[in-house]
Design a protein around this ligand. Structure first.
Ligand SMILES: NC(=O)c1ccc[n+]([C@@H]2O[C@H](COP(=O)([O-])OP(=O)(O)OC[C@H]3O[C@@H](n4cnc5c(N)ncnc54)[C@H](O)[C@@H]3O)[C@@H](O)[C@H]2O)c1
Length: 325
């Protein structure tokens, strides 16, 4: 099967490109390189430099790609940035998404997998979070992803596109030469490792008085390899619409536990300072991923803290300056 991977030069998309190639898929990556890295696109994949905000360029690129399925990772995803630049977030994540879907239906593509996020749940009332929990996003990023979910469902129904929507919890870990290199970086493991290697002065714990066991925020972390596995399983099952599936492990780890695990895995002391809560950070996000297990037979097998931190630590040591731009 030939597959288009949007955001294929980004963190998760680049791992998807590599794993698809290894499993015998033909792959075309599409990215505008606004946040991605050309170096991260594995040899053997086609590459289209295209901005999804440009409808006619997107139409041309998707038709040239000549694929049967699309994995749509391209997006902007920094929550604070989405609050200060809402137009950019809606333009990329919603307008860009519509441009892509229009090109998909014009090209007669019938399989579509969409990267959504736990941010659609906002501040959940109960845990673990199921897919039918209320969706009340509290920032433009989460709102833009929820809008795209709805738009995809409408396109699916009208144009006969079979789709899967994955709501990711916290994605972490690296795979071989492919690692997480966001600029700016906001995710906990790379940020902590930047504090270990002196790229940052210290690691800040945001909030120590949450209603959690140790007072720090709790999150559900999933290894990028397990996450991409779910996408490949979805491609294999997409002879019908699969709907919405959470991707997480059902294990929550607090920020304090993460600090401890980073120190244990690297055998180094992390310089930590305690800070105030950030607005809009819920106390705990933990996934109920039973749907992905039932529908796809998905079972995360790389998502221990040790595997996620250890793989990224190896990557940082091999790529001290990250990717070449
Ligand atoms: N990383 C996580 O923990 C996480 C959690 C939940 C959801 N997600 C979702 O997963 C997807 C991938 O995340 P990531 O961490 O790999 O992000 P990333 O920033 O590393 O990759 C996104 C890629 O999309 C590209 N892109 C952005 N705007 C574009 C446009 N207009 N046209 C073409 N390409 C464009 C960027 O250049 C980048 O390479 C996103 O949709 C994100 O919302 C990620």
């Amino acid at each position: 099967m030939r597959v288009l991977v949007t955001g294929g030069a980004g963190y998760i998309g680049s791992v998807a490109v590599a794993m698809l190639l290894e499993r015998g898929y033909d792959v075309v990556a599409l990215d505008n390189l606004q946040r991605g890295h050309a170096d991260a696109v594995t040899e053997g994949a086609g590459f289209l430099q295209c901005d999804l905000r440009d409808a006619s360029a997107t139409l041309e690129a998707v038709s040239a790609a000549n694929v049967e399925a699309v994995l749509h990772f391209a997006a902007l995803h920094l929550v604070p940035e989405s609050v200060t630049q809402p137009a950019e977030y809606y333009r990329t994540n919603v307008v860009g998404g519509i441009n892509l879907l229009d090109a998909v239906r014009t090209a007669g593509i019938r399989k579509f997998v969409f990267s959504s996020t736990a941010a659609v749940y906002g501040e959940p009332e109960s845990l673990p979070i199921r897919e039918d929990s209320p969706t009340v996003p509290i920032n433009p990023y989460g709102a833009s992803k929820l809008m795209m979910e709805r738009i995809l469902a409408d396109f699916g129904q009208t144009y006969g596109i079979d789709y899967a929507i994955f709501r990711y919890f916290n994605v972490a870990g690296s795979r071989g030469r492919l690692g997480e290199d966001h600029r700016p970086e906001t995710h906990i493991i790379p940020v902590a490792l930047e504090a270990l290697t002196g790229k940052r002065e210290h690691f800040t714990v945001y909030g120590t008085n949450y209603s959690t066991e140790d007072g720090t925020a709790v999150r559900d972390y999933v290894h990028v390899i397990d996450l991409v596995d779910a996408h490949i399983l979805a491609l294999e099952h997409l002879d019908r619409t699969l709907g919405i599936m959470n991707l997480g492990t059902r294990y929550g780890f607090s920020v304090s536990q993460m600090v401890e695990a980073v120190e244990l895995t690297t055998d180094l002391r992390l310089p930590v300072v305690m800070g105030a809560r950030r607005p809009g950070d819920p106390p705990a996000l933990i996934a109920d991923a039973a749907r992905a297990r039932e529908i796809l037979g998905w079972e995360p097998s790389h998502s221990t803290l040790d595997q996620m931190i250890g793989s990224h630590w190896d990557w940082v040591q091999e790529h001290p300056a990250g990717y070449k731009r």
